[in-house]
Design a protein around this ligand. Structure first.
Ligand code: ACO
Ligand code: LMR
Length: 264
């Protein structure tokens, strides 16, 4: 009989061999005919299934709200400096993207991991936060450089409002808010930040949509899909910052001496 030669690559998300490319089995023409948006495309290529509209809209809201946060944040700063050094678009973009990590924009997966574990184990916010403190780990998804109790992050509020209206359950988000109530009793800037809001709400989306088994949810959290939302979103802003610097013909950036403490 026929013997299949072993392949060096296995791929399950897209196929370009036929008359038209397919994302997770859905042909391009269907994507256009059904008026799918970028949230649907992310559902197909990341989660390998079509998610209900309220989920794909949530994904799109995450992308829109995280697209940019001004020129002063780590990512935009790197991109601006790189663009002003005369580098090309891709170099300027990746230089900004490389700052995304545990402190900046890349705390979504860890926030989901820790909130899920603590909530599922029934830990009180006090037990959870103090347990993290004992281990010397900052709570991912909590804390912000400029946002505080009296200067809340509008993005977090918008995500919470959307979920309250459209999600069947916001159990994990409510747990994250309880954690925030406790951390705010310790310091004013220990608010639930946008990474923590997306991390906890995505747990609610995965659990509440009825589209994922427990095992699949664990795999998504363990692999760490969710930082991808911030990476994708912020790329929009970083590309914008690159164009902005080029348009403004900005010269090479050099940091002022006065702003450095030279010491031995
Ligand atoms: N959990 C517990 N304690 C905290 C946390 C936290 N998440 N954040 C700050 N603190 C406390 C600590 O006691 C800290 O002292 P330490 O340096 O000895 O640990 C003290 O507050 C001082 O912190 P600040 O200087 O006020 O915090 P900073 O402005 O340097 O950090 C940051 C802000 C990086 C966001 C921080 O809160 C943090 O690491 N949070 C967790 C990671 C996170 O969620 N990042 C995403 C931010 S949102 C975004 O980037 C889109
Ligand atoms: C961001 O979205 O870039 C921020 O929340 C970080 C910041 O310091 O504003």
């Amino acid at each position: 009989g026929k013997v299949r030669a072993p392949t060096h690559i296995i791929s399950t998300i897209s196929d370009d061999r036929g008359e038209e490319p397919c994302y997770a089995g859905v042909p391009m023409s269907t994507i256009i005919q059904r008026g799918y948006g970028v949230g649907d495309v992310i559902s197909l290529l990341w989660f390998k299934r079509s998610l209900p509209r309220y989920c794909t809209q949530f994904i799109e809201i995450c992308i829109m709200l995280c697209a940019d946060h001004g020129p002063c944040v780590s990512g935009a700063h790197n991109t601006i400096v790189t663009a002003r050094a005369g580098k090309d678009l891709v170099s300027s973009l990746v230089s900004g993207l490389l700052t995304i990590g545990p402190r900046f924009g890349g705390a979504i997966d860890d926030a989901a991991r820790y909130f899920k574990d603590a909530c599922d184990r029934g830990l009180t916010p006090y037990e959870f936060v103090e347990g993290m403190k004992k281990e010397g780990i900052r709570v991912p998804g909590i804390g912000h450089r400029i946002k505080s109790r009296d200067n809340r992050d509008k993005r977090v509020q918008l995500l919470q409002q959307y979920a309250h209206t459209h999600f069947p359950s916001v159990k994990y988000m409510e747990y994250a808010v309880q954690v925030e109530t406790y951390t705010l009793s310790k310091a004013n800037n220990l608010v639930l930040n946008v990474d923590g809001a997306i991390g906890s709400l995505f747990l609610d989306l995965l659990a509440g949509s009825g589209m994922f088994s427990k095992q699949e949810i664990d795999e998504i959290i363990q692999i760490g899909y969710l930082n991808g939302l911030f990476v994708l979103a912020r790329s929009i802003g970083l590309i914008g910052h690159t164009f902005d610097q080029k348009r403004l013909k900005q010269p090479l950036y050099r940091h002022p001496w006065e702003d450095v403490l030279y010491t031995k």
